[in-house]
Design a protein around this ligand. Sequence first.
Ligand SMILES: Cc1ncc(COP(=O)(O)O)c(C=O)c1O
Length: 492
Amino acid sequence: VDLHVSLAGRGDRTTRIYRQLREAILDGRLRPGDRLPPTREFAGRLEVARGTVAVAYERLIAEGFAVARVGAGTFVSSSVAGEPVDRSAPGGAVRPRPCWEGLTLAERGGPPARYDFRIGTPDRDLFPFATWRRMLAEQVRASAYPRSGAADAAGHAGLRAAIARYVGASRSVRATADDIIITQGAQQALDLTGRVLIEPGDCVVVEEPGYPRARLLFGCLGARVVTVPVDRDGIDVTELPAAARLVYVTPSHQFPLGTPMSLARRTALLEWAAGRGAVVVEDDYDSEFRFSDRPLEPLQSLDRAGRVVYVGTFSKTLLPMLRLGFLVAPASLQPALRAAKELTDRHGDHAVQATLARFIDSGELSRHIRKASRVYAARHARVVAALGGELSIWLDPEPSAAGLHVAARLRPLTGISIDDVRDRARALGVAVDSLAAYGTGHRPPAGLVIGYGAIRAEEIPTGLQLLTRAFRDTAALTPATTAQPPSRRVDP
Ligand SMILES: Cc1ncc(COP(=O)(O)O)c(C=O)c1O
């Protein structure tokens, strides 16, 4: 154990060493069974005589804090239980700013489920590890790093050029390498955008239901966050507060409902933003996986007034743990965004960014997306088929043609509690997220979000049969006065 001991202070050196070791044992920094440094080495490090350390150890042994094992050394006694010290100041513990205090982020918790329909991750097993490893290895050598050690906060130039070409071709986003800043996923893109745009108290609009990480982040950056409902066309533009400075939307695949924003709504939103001088943040987080209709033009390419910040991520196409994303911002915001990136994070991992550039330029990304899309399309089809069966007694699926999940609302008047269904499903080995987790209002949307990033196609029918059983079991336990129709919508 590389323990820090200070010889400054009162008392002779042996006593000071003894006291600090005893304190470390009592507060748990040294745990039962940990080996104390050999006396010779420790004395050398502290620049004291070996005997000084040896006497300190003997005191610890005499008092039962340590034991000596011949030929092996001195160890913390297994009979002392350390307790972490309470480091709070006498005047009370140090407190964060109110917005951070008590902020709890729902994390994918609990043990792994046999049938896992929780959303948030793509299939790890589809990621082409061997290709990525080979390309990464090519970048991890001295000649791949700039000699000066200085790197552009906007990110690897080759990657910015590759992304500009890629999103230009695949999403018709209008961008050159200079319009792009590489970020640690979409989250950092939202953070940078919020930092440079939000004054304390500014009104920021997010969708209801919507993406909690965006809503909470903007709130913690000082915004007054207002939620505006989405319908089947997207965010309701007529409900936008006149004071809104920034509107955050997910037009390709509304999160979590999955519906695309209609063209009419896109146009209305852009006109609204241009008229008010507001900024629209377009989070295009998983539009690459598309199973039927042609994607609509992103807001970014429809925008003629320079009001859109487009956010992209490789969390769904590759892996969220790579933390690779980007933003495309109007020229008027570029200097501030680059400065914010430099001051908060400097630049990301050079080798990983260079690897992604190579991955895109060599055609591997497109190949991977084509392959993964086929896999996800098959899973999507199975989920949609199951939602059209007995589950349709209780669930009304939202139209979906893209992404890695399907949302389905609980039909009105069924009287059952979706939390009870979720708990029953969990007991049957099925994990699934509740739609309510993404709402904020007094009446959060009741329903489920069924993800298929983490479950193989073959397992989907059984998993959803068990979910059906969970609905049946819950309905059977629901008092007749509240459990109303099952007006079956299933074909006989
Ligand atoms: C709406 C939305 N935006 C962005 C992301 C991806 O975030 P990041 O790129 O920070 O991993 C997700 C992931 O679940 C998401 O649901």
